[in-house]
Design a binder for this molecule. Structure first.
Ligand code: ZN
Length: 384
């Protein structure tokens, strides 16, 4: 029987995914080869062929450079959230590289900060590190976040600006040129990030950081001086201070979410204790510092047709810790879930009604992949 045209179009809709993991083509920057395998899967395939000893020597060389060029007591800066990756980096800097790191952390306004996040940063400090915690002023923080939500359907764009700009700000102020970040997401997720190695100096040019200035999040009520901590130092200041930003994860053979979590847990990290259905996540050791992240994952699901469960499953599949089928099951079970209380808190914080939230959120749904059914419900077309 011949289907009507509209029916045909609908049945052909759908997001294509990698044949090995389950990363969909809607992930910005993702590429597939002729066999339908994504770039991060190919990187993972060659993981064991990497000369890890040579990379470690390179990291030691970078560390030596950092120590020699620092103009104060600290050899390097480690940007930390208190989570598994930053706990591992700080410990690695101290014990494996023999460095004296200064930890630099960004804190959130009280309505966003949660006890678990504060506990984990406290845990890192109690491991014996000196830490600078920067808390940008709440009023500007909220305005930028609100603008990011309305303009991009991604409130976290504003927060990420601060998270990435604060360490170079501290580096230029204290003349500590070496900054360590964690993973290079270009290799792990296919994000466009400039470098495919350990060099992170171009990170401000990636999609989210948009040149290192929050210009696209500003409005007439926000002055340039209000966004100091949301803005990278100028190229001249960065060059004068000789700032060098490095992905530590690139040099360490087992730097991955699972190994990092194991090590951090041994050193006091606390993870989430909530049902996975509530937060739309499988791994309970991710994104521990605040709860609005669950709302952002929901928005990402609307925009791209996938969210955190897919990302986490892909990492596990590439490491042989999960089969593709198991990943698909987890996606069906948890992807796009976000408990009502997180949405309520988010709306309360941004001072918007829930109706307004849903209006904005639904306006960002990618209509190529989402279909609104006659009863008003939305259906995602995603094929595995
Ligand atoms: Zn893949």
């Amino acid at each position: 029987m011949k289907l009507p045209r509209a029916e045909l179009d609908r049945s052909q809709r759908g997001i294509k995914v990698c044949k090995r993991c389950i990363i969909p083509e809607t992930r910005p920057g993702i590429t597939y080869d002729d066999e339908g395998i994504c770039f991060p899967c190919r990187v993972a395939e060659h993981h064991s062929e990497v000369d890890w000893l040579a990379r470690k020597k390179e990291l030691q060389e970078i560390s030596r450079w950092g120590r020699e060029h620092s103009k104060c007591e600290y050899d390097c800066i480690v940007a930390v959230s208190g989570g598994k990756d930053s706990t591992r980096q700080a410990l690695y800097a101290r014990y494996e590289l023999g460095l004296n790191p200064l930890l630099v952390s960004c804190t959130y306004p009280p309505q966003q900060q949660i006890d678990l996040g504060a506990y984990n940063v406290g845990n890192m400090i109690s491991l014996g590190f000196d830490t600078i915690v920067v808390g940008p002023k709440p009023e500007t923080w909220k305005k930028l976040m609100r603008n990011a939500f309305y303009r991009f359907g991604n409130w976290a764009k504003a927060t990420e600006m601060a998270l990435y700009a604060i360490p170079p700000r501290v580096a230029t102020a204290y003349k500590i040129p070496l900054i360590f970040l964690g993973e290079n997401n270009a290799l792990n997720s296919g994000d466009l990030g400039g470098s495919l190695g350990g060099d992170a100096n171009k990170i401000k040019d990636n999609n989210t950081l948009a040149g290192g200035k929050p210009t696209n999040l500003m409005d007439e009520s926000i002055l340039e001086k209000d966004v100091l901590w949301h803005q990278f130092p100028s190229d001249k200041d960065m060059a004068d201070a000789n700032v060098r930003i490095v992905y530590m994860g690139y040099y360490i053979e087992d730097f991955d979410p699972f190994a990092n979590a194991k090590i951090a847990l041994r050193h006091g990290l606390k993870v989430r204790n909530v049902p996975r259905e509530d937060i739309g996540a499988y791994n309970l050791f991710e994104d521990l510092d605040e709860d609005f992240v669950h709302v952002n994952q929901l928005l990402k699901y609307f925009k791209l047709g996938f969210a955190r469960v897919t990302d986490d499953a892909c990492q596990a599949i590439r490491r042989g810790l999960m089969t593709r089928e198991e990943g698909i099951e987890l996606v069906k079970k948890y992807e796009g879930r976000c408990h009502q209380r997180y949405i309520e808190n988010f709306c309360k914080y941004l001072e918007i009604t829930e109706d307004e939230f849903w209006k904005v959120a639904n306006s960002f749904r990618n209509k190529e992949i989402w279909e609104q059914l006659p009863d008003g419900e939305w259906k995602l077309h995603r094929q595995f």
